[in-house]
Design a protein around this ligand. Structure first.
Ligand SMILES: [Zn+2]
Ligand SMILES: [Zn+2]
Length: 142
C-alpha cells in the first residue's frame, strides 16, 4: 500500500507593523510558549511574550532586520531580530535553545486561530490583574 505523505501546511505569514519585514512559514510550530517574566514584559512592552518556534528550514525571511544580542546569563545565545523601521516583526535565532529553530512572536501572525501555548513561563511575575488562562501549564520559572 503506498505511503501517503501529509498535506503540506498552508503558509503562515508574520509581518511587522509597517510590512517591511515578512516571515513566511511553511512548517507547523514545534513549540508555542508564553512568558510573563519582567524581561519579556520589557522586550514586548506588553504583559506577555508569546513565541512560536519553527524549524529554520520551514521559514523564509524577506526584508531587512536589525539584530540585538542579550548580554546576560539567561539564554546568552539568543539573538533578537526585528524591523529596523518600525521595531516589529520580532523573531529569534536560538543558539543552544531549541537549536535549528527560529522563534517568531505570535502576534506578528495576527491570527486569532493560532495554536495556544503549551505553557507559560514565569507566571508569578505577571501583572496582578492578569487572570488565569485555561489550557497552558503555568510555570514558576523557565
Ligand atoms: Zn516594520
Ligand atoms: Zn520571559
Amino acid at each position: 500500500m503506498p505511503k501517503t505523505s501529509p498535506a503540506p501546511a498552508a503558509p503562515r505569514i508574520a509581518t511587522c507593523e509597517c510590512g517591511g519585514l515578512r516571515l513566511t512559514v511553511t512548517a507547523p510550530p514545534v513549540h508555542v510558549h508564553g512568558c510573563t517574566c519582567t524581561r519579556c514584559q520589557r522586550s514586548t512592552g506588553s504583559v506577555m511574550k508569546l513565541s512560536a518556534w519553527f524549524p529554520e528550514t520551514g521559514v523564509r525571511i524577506d526584508g531587512p532586520f536589525t539584530t540585538w544580542h542579550f548580554a546576560g546569563n539567561d539564554n546568552p545565545a539568543l539573538t533578537a531580530c526585528f524591523c529596523p523601521t518600525c521595531g516589529g516583526g520580532r523573531f529569534f535565532r536560538t543558539g543552544d535553545y531549541l537549536r535549528g529553530c527560529i522563534g517568531i512572536g505570535v502576534g506578528s501572525f495576527a491570527d486569532p486561530s493560532f495554536p495556544a501555548p503549551d505553557h507559560i513561563h514565569w507566571w508569578p511575575d505577571r501583572p496582578h490583574w492578569l487572570g488565569t488562562p485555561l489550557g497552558p501549564e503555568l510555570l514558576e520559572g523557565n
